[in-house]
Design a protein. Sequence first.
Length: 419
Amino acid sequence: MTGVIITLFIIAALISIPIAHALVLASVGGLLIIDRVPVHLAIEQMITQMQSFPLIAIPFFMLTGALMVSGRLGQSLVNLLSMMIGRVHGGPAQVGVLSSTIFGGVSGSAVADASAIGSMLIPWLKNLGYPAPFAAGTLAAAATIDILIPPSIPMIIYALVSGASIGSLFVAGILPGLLMCGFFMAICYVQGRRRNFPRDTTPFAWDAFWVQLGQAGPALAMPVLIIIFLRFGIATPTEVSVMSTLYALVVSGIVYHDLTLEKIKAATVEAGIATGVVLLIIMASSVVGWVVTYEQLPAQFTEYATETLREPWLIILAMNGIMLGTGMFIDLPAAVLLLTPMFVPLASAVGMDTVQLGIMMIVNLSIGLYHPPIGTTLFITSSIAKVRIGDVVVELIPFYIVAFGLLLGFAYLPWLTIR
């Protein structure tokens, strides 16, 4: 049955049917063709999957990001970071990387980050004299740091399937996210120095710096507050998501003075659409996961991998290869939902912690967001910069090398995913 569903899914994906719809068509179509399991059970499974309290966090974190990013926060943050590091080699590009990292503590969505930060910074970098492909590539790669810094929507989805603690995943993602940020900034510095990219020449003024710091402070405080609340058990992730939305409303209304009914309406619609897409993928993937479990494929896959590859390091390497390949062709949320049931038993068999597996999986699949042929953030930033995908991919080569290197570290060095 699984083979039929996979075949139908590939056919649906090749004719450009959206991933969520392709999963539904493949699952239901497979059940109808095989006629071994009543189709109504698949519908029940889709509905049952939505009866999960942690899922409430997704729309609230989405709404928080939409409220914060759509106002004056973005420009204040860029101005502050430009004052701090804009004068070093590759400084303006480093501003983009650091902005994406900080926005990771606000939105939790790489696509939202690429759209919001890219729209602000790519024109600015081009006006400074940076090559448009380099600007697009830097922002496409940096946007994926967003899903490692808490809150992270993919981490919530992974926790839903794997049973791992959302709080533990959030804390475990901090060091990998900061490492990714630091190495991407180093790439910008080296490229800026080697290619003599222009730097920000605006004179430094302490008065302006303190003003920008005061305006950007509430955004800088949000990820810190989230970690404190989760780390010390003050609130659950779902409760934190609701509090973050209230925090965003207060900050927008009192600090930035840009909270209007139009802004609330636009943010709600944006968050609603984004949430609907994610939840539809979760519902559709739940049927595939149910069929996979019904046919005991995870146990068979684990037995085959351990008997064939034997060595734990080889099994982990094979898992990484499968994740990388999957992430290049399937959207990240769907890939998480499809791969997690297969890999959790295998990770346990080789002694890998579920949280470490989650970080490894998300880093793996995030590379697919700025790698062709799907490359969601790659297409977004290339469109904003108005450049060819191929030119951007050439500029991304150093980022790929660094990301692969860090990925191996997260896979084989458990202490990098501290919690």
